[in-house]
Design a protein around this ligand. Structure first.
Ligand code: SF4
Ligand code: SF4
Length: 610
């Protein structure tokens, strides 16, 4: 899994060359994008260059529509190699590459990886789904040529939908029979054509689990690589290695950045925001995070304005924005803090790297974050200074210390809060997380405040909210607005959780956020143990009912959109959000078409008069 994470996290950049396509797939996610736009040479090259210079990507995927339709496609490949991309990839319906001449031109220009979209094991099924006669024949011709060519990496993607899910194994078998060993299996999502054709596209995953699992298990064979794309986490119990890398969410959000921007700056909700759609949407957890962040801005409900390091403290706005009372930062040694320099009325949340004793002097409301056993030794062995609390990050070392010094935790129980931190990367979860936290809390057996873990894993605890840490760098420094990429990153790093299908039987299911995604990838969905009966199930249910008399609203339940939040202090509220350049081009194309039609009608009328 760590190797898969490395591959998935390779810095790559998607560059669209066209929106035109010579197929009309029933599940096309791009059908609402203005069609038949061929981007100008300069625009495509500028975007290719941006990927190298700004994003430091060493792999580029030149995409469409069907990118190969662009007359300059081989030139774009050549340019991408010239500016230093190590690998140039494309995703295709394969039709253009049926021509040997075209294929050779692309490969000689530097095309190093081709992903063929194969959706059926027969011409009838594939051509029906792509709504393109002869598509299957051309694709197979190109696929066989490519798979035999050692210069090119060949793989296949399949959009799994109601029409082909029953024969997914046969589609994969067909591709294997010609030599393909790598597959990307995409779950259909409720956007564009896929939603329009939903009766024909959406299927019940449960009904088809045997065939899906049969194909997914192929990943255990050393010769094959299976990747899933947008496949619901809850169905991957026992196959957690196939959970899509959480960072893919960044690409999903990037693809919708203009819509999200419009929501944040103009309050116009995403066009697709309808409970029926959101229910099936892989991006729903992100949309929910956006709502929660904006809601907390609007309600001044954040606690800690997290600036990063001590030297950044001076740059914090005064008063702190969005309800924050503490300024948060990391520091090497607690001795470096000059407490009398802290602005009066502001408190502090500090995570020291080293283990120093707590200072005699602090400011009221200070919170210290412990992540090392030595820190706990020093801080909890005596009396805590007045009005100071300790957040203990749960990891294998702090857990061991707490079990050995249970009486110290108990002595300070009112001022100690155990928090399970989330990990952006799987390797941190593997290195740090307690194996089966439920056993730890059973052994600790204290009613200590806990956050970051679901109730089934914290028997005997007091269930409290996650710390409300708002990072300063989630805002754009030029506009004072939430910046979409860091916002998506915040979601991936802090709010991305998942559940098992078995959670449907749990009494607190509708008030539970689930398990952190990298804990699931590391330890498996088996960690989820539905609470049904017993003392802890009753207590957890009662605590969560008290905390949320109504289940927390979710986008897929029809939660209302949030009003626009204020910008950071000193920045104006935005008037309008930037527009999608593709939509602008499409409008121009539409206008030209209309004018042409008017001219034609006018000259026809003149002709008739004459
Ligand atoms: S969750 Fe709903 S609003 Fe968000 S992207 Fe999905 S369909 Fe659109
Ligand atoms: S809903 Fe699932 S993850 Fe949440 S407490 Fe219940 S079993 Fe655990």
């Amino acid at each position: 899994m760590l190797l898969r994470e490395q591959i998935a996290n390779r810095k790559k950049h998607w560059v669209r060359a066209v929106t035109a396509c010579n197929s009309k797939c029933l599940f096309c996610l791009d059908a609402d994008t203005p069609r038949n736009v061929y981007l100008e040479e300069d625009e495509v090259k500028a975007e290719l260059l941006r990927g190298r210079e700004e994003l430091d990507a060493d792999k580029v995927i030149i995409s469409g529509g069907e990118a190969s339709l662009h007359p300059l496609f081989p030139e774009f490949i050549r340019y991408a190699k010239e500016i230093g991309y190590d690998r140039v990839q494309t995703v295709t319906n394969g039709t253009q590459y049926a021509s040997k001449d075209f294929y050779e031109r692309c490969v000689q220009a530097g095309l190093g990886e081709i992903t063929f979209s194969l959706h059926g094991h027969t011409p009838e099924l594939h051509d029906y789904l792509t709504q393109t006669p002869d598509c299957f024949k051309k694709l197979m011709k190109a696929l066989i040529r490519c798979v035999r060519d050692p210069r090119v990496i060949t793989n296949v993607d399949v959009v799994i939908n109601k029409q082909n899910v029953g024969v997914l194994d046969k589609i994969v078998e067909l591709a294997i029979s010609v030599g393909v060993t790598e597959f990307d299996l995409l779950h259909v999502i409720p956007q564009s054509n896929a939603y329009r054709n939903r009766e024909e596209m959406f299927y019940d995953v449960r009904e088809h689990l045997p065939v899906l699992q049969k194909v997914f298990r192929l990943n255990r064979h050393p010769r094959f690589y299976i990747w899933t794309n947008r496949f619901p986490v809850s169905y991957l119990e026992g196959l957690e290695d196939l959970i899509q890398d959480p960072h893919k969410m960044l690409d999903e959000v990037n693809g919708r950045r203009f819509q999200v921007r419009r929501y944040l700056d103009e309050g116009n909700q995403l066009d697709c925001r309808e409970p029926d759609r959101c229910k099936h949407c892989f991006i729903e957890p992100f949309c929910n995070t956006v709502d929660n962040v904006v809601k907390a801005q609007n309600e001044d409900d954040w606690d800690n304005w997290w600036v990063g390091n001590l030297e950044d403290v001076a740059k914090a706005p005064h008063p702190l924005p969005y309800g924050c009372q503490r300024i948060g930062f990391k520091i090497n040694s607690l001795a470096d803090i000059q407490w009398d320099a802290i602005t009066p009325g502001v408190s502090v949340c500090v995570r020291p790297e080293g283990a120093d004793p707590l200072p005699g002097e602090t400011v009221p409301g200070t919170q210290f974050i412990a992540h090392l056993p030595n820190q706990l030794d020093l801080w909890l062995s005596g009396t805590l200074p007045t009005d100071v609390s300790v957040r203990i990050e749960l990891n294998r070392q702090t857990a061991e210390w707490m079990l050995e010094h249970r009486e110290m935790v108990e002595q300070h129980i009112e001022r100690v809060h155990i928090h399970q931190p989330s990990h952006e990367k799987l390797n941190s979860a593997v290195a740090l997380d307690v194996r089966n936290p439920k056993s730890f809390f059973e052994a600790l057996a204290l009613p200590v405040s806990v956050s970051g873990l679901p109730a089934c894993m914290t028997p005997g605890a007091q269930l409290v909210d996650d710390p409300k840490d708002l990072k300063a760098d989630i805002f754009d420094s030029e506009t004072g607005r939430l910046d979409i990429r860091p916002l998506a990153r915040y979601h991936v790093e802090n709010r991305y959780r998942g559940k098992s299908v078995r959670c449907a039987d749990c009494r607190v299911n509708d008030r539970c956020e689930g398990i952190q995604i990298n804990m699931i990838r590391d330890q498996g969905l088996r960690l989820a143990e539905p609470l049904e009966t017993g003392e802890w199930a009753d207590s957890a249910h009662e605590q969560l009912m008290r905390r949320w008399p109504q289940p927390p609203p979710r986008v897929h339940d029809g939660r209302s959109a949030q009003p626009v939040a204020d910008s950071l202090p000193g920045f104006a509220k935005p008037d309008t959000a930037p527009h999608d350049p593709l939509a602008v081009i499409a409008k121009q194309v539409e206008l030209k078409k209309r004018k042409r039609a008017e001219r034609r009608a006018k000259s026809k009328a003149q002709l008739e008069q004459a």
